[in-house]
Design a protein around this ligand. Structure first.
Ligand SMILES: [Zn+2]
Length: 287
């Protein structure tokens, strides 16, 4: 089971798709290929090879005391010609669509809302309130924002205006840049915290290189600023990160070595090689 306990709350990592996604120079067009060199040995599980990222499209299920919150719904039934496995993964972890009380969308890009609505235009999660930032909806008048139109006409969408609580243990915190209303979810219970960060960090190398933006960061200056602020904060307060595009569970901590920050993968990882990746990374640091 790919989950961690945060006090009385459980956070379960769900995967829709994992594999080789983009070439490094496609996803990070501003980064010279040679600058990736130190990260191949440190995070072998986050590369398919020396020119291609190994990534994930995932989400998280937050089992809070009084409600179940699904954070992001993957790329959905049309994923790369075959359906993603998010719903099956959810069911394997003991949750049916009707068990979800809140669907929280960190932002309205296609790889984060794919399973929200059925092909018939019904809510996939029949009891859920669908929650996203108001500014995100207004700005996504495009294709992707329209994906939620059936939910809106059913009155199933709640819009947030800035930082707002989602439950007693969960707060939505705006982390703009990747998109205008991009929002993270801070889960705190029993003195422990996890932050689900959407696309603030999509690859572990960005913990050391917060100025590395991806092609899909809509406001690159703001995205870098948000990334640096968030990394400062989680490092200072020892908050665990949950990153839906990082392979395995995407759970990690920020650690410091030789004055630089690095990603340290955490927890049990159902996917191929994350454990092995950690061992290898540890081994290579000893050399
Ligand atoms: Zn994304």
């Amino acid at each position: 089971m790919s989950s961690i306990a945060v006090g009385e709350v459980e956070v379960v990592a769900l995967t829709d798709v994992e594999g080789p996604f983009f070439r490094l120079d496609q996803l990070f067009p501003g980064v010279p290929l040679e600058d990736w060199e130190p990260y191949f040995a440190r995070y072998p599980w986050a590369f398919a090879n020396e020119s291609t990222i190994r990534g994930r499209i995932g989400g998280y299920l937050v089992k809070a005391r009084d409600r179940n919150i699904l954070v992001d719904t993957g790329i959905g039934p049309a994923a790369f010609g075959t359906p993603g496995s998010l719903l099956a993964d959810m069911e394997d972890n003991g949750f049916q669509p009707a068990d979800i009380d809140v669907v929280f969308l960190t932002h309205l890009h296609g790889d984060h809302l794919g399973w929200s609505v059925t092909e018939e235009g019904e809510p996939t999660f029949p009891r859920a309130r669908y929650v996203t930032q108001a500014v995100e909806r207004e700005d996504s008048g495009s294709r992707e924002g329209q994906a939620l139109a059936p939910l809106k006409s059913l009155g199933a969408v709640d819009l947030l205006y800035g930082e707002e609580p989602i439950s007693e243990e969960v707060i939505a915190i705006p982390t703009p840049g990747h998109s205008p209303g991009h929002t993270s979810l801070l889960v705190s219970s029993g003195g422990e915290s996890v932050i689900i960060i959407g696309d603030v960090v999509v690859h572990p190398a960005q913990v050391t290189e917060p100025l590395w933006n991806i092609h899909f960061d809509e406001d690159k200056e703001q995205a870098s600023f948000t990334r640096e602020m968030l990394l400062d904060w989680v490092e200072a307060d020892g908050i665990v990160i949950a990153a839906g595009h990082v392979p395995g569970t995407g759970f990690g901590r920020v650690i410091r070595e030789g004055g630089r920050r690095y990603w340290q993968a955490l927890g049990e990882n159902g996917a191929r090689g994350l454990r092995a990746g950690e061992e290898e990374a540890r081994g290579s640091r000893k050399e």
